[in-house]
Design a protein around this ligand. Structure first.
Ligand code: FES
Ligand code: FE2
Length: 415
């Protein structure tokens, strides 16, 4: 279990909260580039880290992510006219550029040029810098002086043809998603019926290590041979997971607010385009991706319809859950823990040791941030890693080698 105070510290992400401020030190995904592809096209509402924003590409192709609320009388800029120089509020015509400056005040023609300038200064809106990487618009919402370079996140570096990405809203706090992503024992149960052979064995060894990018979770299974079979998973700050599979995969748990998360799911191949076969598998929606209600970020299988659970399928034993899709199985169970899981009610078991250590590491990172100590994942090169697997003799710890192994796996991809 976790104390109420620590649960609050880890889960709350609004402005001014410790975790919210920590996340604001990193680039966070705001939308897919294709959602705002057209210059002067329709703006997009974006809710990120409890802030309501509007994303738009102005007529000159520049991206702006600004406060949704017009500073004049609080109308929504989502309804704005997207013009060459910026977004214009349709209530009284104020216009804002991508940096949030008020550049036109047509409703008060009587102002002198000096008055106009000073009023415009007062009316500037909050604006966050954006960059496009890997088909995603990323925002930096932290202190301008501390803006880091964009990290070398592998799936954002491959050509578009090598990547397949979707997103959908997970209706719970981000930490339930992240913890689920690093909860190895659940693979043997929740996903049973789909899981590969080796995962039918509950892991008996757990190691968690802090690194310069985030942390590593090693999970060892005794498959009956001389060696222990280790899965070595990387967590990249503040909410990325790379999944060791072919093609490779990744998740990003980007908080919309405290009780909703935008889960980005990605398949990618470092050195070749994804094939029709690769894509056919993913578009059957049985893997990590979810099929959405058209035109929305809400999965067709959602909590209002109990994720279309099929009790007969569950009873047959062919599926442990009766719920279709790896990703939806995860969402269903993580959402079932409540919008923000009350971890004071937990009874942790020995197999939760990795989860306990992950929480301790995140709490330590919050303390490091508060004390202005260096943070993991700020150096862009630190992300040059990939989750991997290895065999190791019984009785040996992976701690000494884990960092080398996840770096080496990424290096092989470069060839
Ligand atoms: S409320 Fe936006 S211009 Fe008046
Ligand atoms: Fe899972």
């Amino acid at each position: 279990m976790l104390s109420r105070e620590d649960n609050e510290l880890l889960t709350r992400v609004g402005p001014g909260t410790p975790m919210g401020e920590l996340m604001r030190r990193y680039w966070v995904p705001a939308a897919f580039s294709h959602q705002v592809a057209e210059p002067a096209g329709a703006p997009l509402r974006v809710r990120l880290l409890c802030e309501n924003l509007v994303l738009f590409r102005d007529g000159q192709g520049r991206l702006g992510l600004i406060d949704e609320r017009c500073p004049h009388r609080t109308a929504s800029l989502f309804f704005g006219r997207n013009e060459a120089a910026g977004l214009r509020c349709v209530y009284h015509g104020l216009q804002f550029d991508v940096a949030g400056h008020c550049i036109d005040l047509p409703c008060v023609p009587q102002l002198s040029p000096e008055q106009r300038q000073s009023v415009a200064r007062e009316l500037a809106v909050k604006a966050y810098p954006c960059t496009e990487k890997g088909g995603v618009v990323w925002a930096y919402m932290g202190p301008p002086a501390l803006q880091p370079e964009f990290p070398e996140l592998e799936w954002t570096l491959v050509p578009e043809s090598h990547r397949f990405a979707t997103r959908h809203i997970q209706e719970c706090n981000w930490l339930q998603g992240l913890e689920g992503g690093f909860d190895a024992p659940h693979l043997t149960f929740l996903h049973a019926g789909d899981a590969e052979e080796s995962r039918k064995v509950v892991p008996s060894f757990y190691e968690v290590m802090a690194t310069d990018f985030g942390f590593i979770v090693g999970t060892g299974r005794d498959l009956g041979g001389d060696d222990i079979h280790w899965n070595i998973n990387v967590m990249l700050m503040p909410f990325h997971k790379i999944i060791s599979s072919i093609p490779h995969a990744a998740h990003v748990w980007a908080p919309i607010d405290d009780e909703n998360t935008m889960l980005y799911s990605i398949n990618f191949h470092p050195s070749r385009p994804l094939t029709d076969d690769d894509l056919k598998r993913e578009k059957a929606w049985e893997g990590i991706h979810a099929e959405n209600i058209p035109g929305t970020d809400r999965a067709i299988q959602n909590k209002d319809n109990d994720y279309l659970i099929d009790r007969a399928w569950q009873a047959s034993g062919a599926s442990y859950t009766g719920i279709k899709g790896f990703g939806i199985q995860d969402c269903s169970i993580q959402e079932s823990m409540g919008p923000i899981s009350d971890r004071t009610h937990e009874h942790l078991l020995a197999t939760d040791s990795a989860i306990v250590k992950i929480r301790r590491l995140l709490l330590q990172t919050l303390r490091d941030h508060a004390a202005s100590r260096p943070l993991p994942g700020i150096n862009p090169e630190s992300f040059r890693v990939r989750s991997t697997r290895c065999e190791m003799a019984q009785g040996l710890s992976i701690a000494d080698q884990a960092v080398d192994l996840v770096r080496a796996d990424r290096m092989t991809a470069a060839e």
